[in-house]
Design a protein around this ligand. Structure first.
Ligand code: 16G
Ligand code: ZN
Length: 587
């Protein structure tokens, strides 16, 4: 009864606007902020249920990343800090779209259908349900006018701890009210606790959820300390003679997209006190969020963000997106109007791969590792990775895997390895370390700190351990990404130019085609082959073979109502022509 009236009361404040249908896509729900409050409220409910089901802390992040400032969005972070489990996405859709009429509320018969009743346990502040529900019984949300049943097994209701949700938001003006909607959704489940973690980057919130569930310290300060400590550790392990940067300019200038990342980077910067970093576009005072600024803009348009120009020629520059989970580097040419040199996610991946591979080779020189454990390094890319990057990585002798677009797929694949490095060309990516490999490294580095001399192998183990703490294990994180790039460049003694010369990108072109129904295009093999409509792939093949180093694929977007076309070839003109021809085939 308490549950019933709680949901009843709070849901009436968040009625679904007429004619709005939302869908939990690759990046959660994302819409114009003005229509989102009922969606965010319901995501709060779902997050609380997810927390009960998993008996873990769950995160809710309110952000629309690189989208325009009037948009907003919401996504759920699972217990391990990753994306919401895919098999719960349909629940999110159903719950968010279930009608909410007051009439329905009154007519609903929810007698006994929500069997969430609590009793105070002896000697415990925790509540426990009195009755257990038959297996696979559906919990009726009629109580909140949400005409919906969610499937839960009886085990879900046999929890011993109440739901606990961490809420975070980016700097969007609509964020505060939406966070309140999420909070009300969470607390409409009896016993559920919502903690407002304030304005955060998306990766910070994911990091906190992961840390909480691992039982380690999880405040924002802890995040900053972990990043800065592991960064310092890597700096201390730079081979002597290399620590001075070879280029004239050791300065890094970062475009913060007028979002949350700039201010957070300033905090890290102060804590570090060793890097020369200037942050531009770091708040609303300097301009509009994502408007002519940010990693998405720089990577897609291949131009310098607002506030950068030929005065910055030769300087190492980087750009974050609006919620700081993407990172690209670039340098500005001396002549205005010349294109920038873009150092995208593929090249960040390559830099990381070179460094990790070097450390593993130091380790592998030792006999004992050969006998005990040969760590497996795996690379994960999507079809958008420039073909030149894939060739480069394969030439290094690395195993390269492909998944469909979307962080959840890349992350899942990367977790198969002792060290899995994944990046999308757009700048989202990270490095995952397996638990067993980390334990092995810890044993090794303890030996070192307890007095042994510090062979190359032992230093390599310490470096890898520091990387595993610096780089976000939950999701791609532009802040930890910047720090890792900076320290690796120093380790190698490389300028951005030297880095950019690892390989030369093949010219490419991306187009989007508006179609009546994007779901009519179905792909396979990590989106590289069209299986429906029949005949389309053959037609694409016939076009593609006409071009030297030609490669082309089409896929339905997960975030926009379009089909995307990607083409690559030996010249820009050829890539453009190929993309245009294939776009016509799709139309
Ligand atoms: C989302 C994805 C991103 C992907 C992009 C593709 C997450 C957290 N984000 O932003 O990884 O690159 O969608 O968009 O998974 P598209 O499907 O419209 O091309
Ligand atoms: Zn983002």
């Amino acid at each position: 009864e308490a549950q019933k009236s709680l949901i009843l009361e709070s849901s009436s404040r968040f009625l679904i606007p007429q004619g709005v249908k939302v869908s939990y896509g690759t990046a959660g729900f994302r819409e114009d902020a003005s229509i989102l409050s009922s969606t965010v409220y319901r995501v709060g409910i779902l997050a609380a249920l997810r927390s009960l089901k998993t008996q873990s802390v769950i995160g809710v992040m309110i952000t629309a990343s690189h989208n325009k400032v009037s948009d907003n969005g919401v996504k759920i972070a699972d217990p391990n800090g990753g994306m919401l489990s895919q098999h719960w996405e349909p629940f999110a859709d159903e719950l968010a779209n279930a009608p909410s009429s007051q009439k329905l509320l009154q007519n609903s018969d929810f007698g006994g259908s929500i069997q969430v009743q609590y009793q105070q346990q002896q000697n415990s502040h925790l509540s426990k349900p009195i009755s257990s529900v038959p297996s696979n019984r559906r919990i009726l949300f009629a109580a909140c006018g949400i005409n919906h049943w969610l499937k839960f097994s009886s085990t879900m209701l046999c929890w011993s701890r109440p739901a606990e949700i961490l809420l975070g938001r980016d700097t969007r003006p609509s964020g505060e009210a939406l966070l309140e909607a999420a909070r009300q959704g969470v607390t409409s489940i009896v016993g559920a606790v919502a903690s407002d973690m304030g304005i955060l980057t998306t990766p910070q919130l994911h990091w906190m959820v992961r840390a909480r569930n691992k039982g380690i310290k999880a405040s924002e300060q802890d995040y900053f300390e972990q990043l800065s400590n592991s960064f310092r550790c890597l700096m201390d392990l730079i081979p002597t003679g290399q620590s001075k940067f070879d280029g004239m300019n050791d300065k890094l200038v970062v475009d913060g997209a007028n979002g949350v990342g700039g201010a957070k980077l300033q905090i890290l910067h102060k804590l570090l006190n060793v890097l020369d970093i200037e942050v531009r576009n770091s708040s609303e005072d300097e301009g509009v969020l994502n408007d002519g600024v940010g990693a998405d803009y720089v990577q897609k348009e291949k131009v310098a963000p607002r506030g950068f120009g030929s005065k910055d020629a030769g300087i190492r520059c980087a750009s974050l997106d609006g919620d700081a989970d993407r990172l690209v580097y670039f340098s500005v040419p001396p002549e205005s109007n010349a294109p920038i040199d873009l150092v995208d996610g593929d090249k960040i991946l390559s830099l990381f791969a070179v460094f990790i591979r070097e450390q593993l080779s130091f380790l592998n020189e030792k006999e004992d590792i050969k006998n005990i454990h040969k760590p497996r390094l795996g690379i994960v890319q999507t079809a958008y990775a420039n073909g030149a990057s894939t060739n480069y990585l394969k030439h290094l002798g690395l195993e390269v895997n492909f998944t469909p677009t979307g962080v959840k797929y890349l992350h899942e694949k990367a977790a198969d390895f002792d060290i899995g490095i994944y990046f999308e060309a757009n700048g989202h990516g990270t490095i995952l370390f397996s638990e067993t490999f980390i334990e092995w490294l810890e044993v090794r580095s303890n030996k070192l700190s307890s007095g042994s001399k510090g062979s190359e192998a032992e230093k390599a183990a310490l470096r890898l351990l520091a990387v595993s703490k610096l780089i976000n294990q939950a999701v791609g994180d532009a802040l930890s990404g910047v720090l890792l790039v900076e320290v690796i460049l120093k380790h190698m003694g490389w300028s951005i130019h030297k880095w950019n010369e690892l390989y030369h990108d093949l010219p490419s072109r991306q187009l989007k085609v508006k179609v009546a129904d994007r779901t009519s295009v179905v792909t396979a093999n990590a989106e590289t082959v069209v299986v429906r409509p029949p005949g389309l792939q053959d037609a694409i093949n016939t076009e593609t073979v006409k071009y030297t180093q030609g490669r082309c694929f089409v896929r339905p977007s997960g975030t926009e109502d379009v089909v995307r076309v990607y083409a690559e070839a030996s010249t820009q003109e050829a890539a453009d022509t190929l993309a245009n021809c294939v776009a016509k085939l799709v139309d």
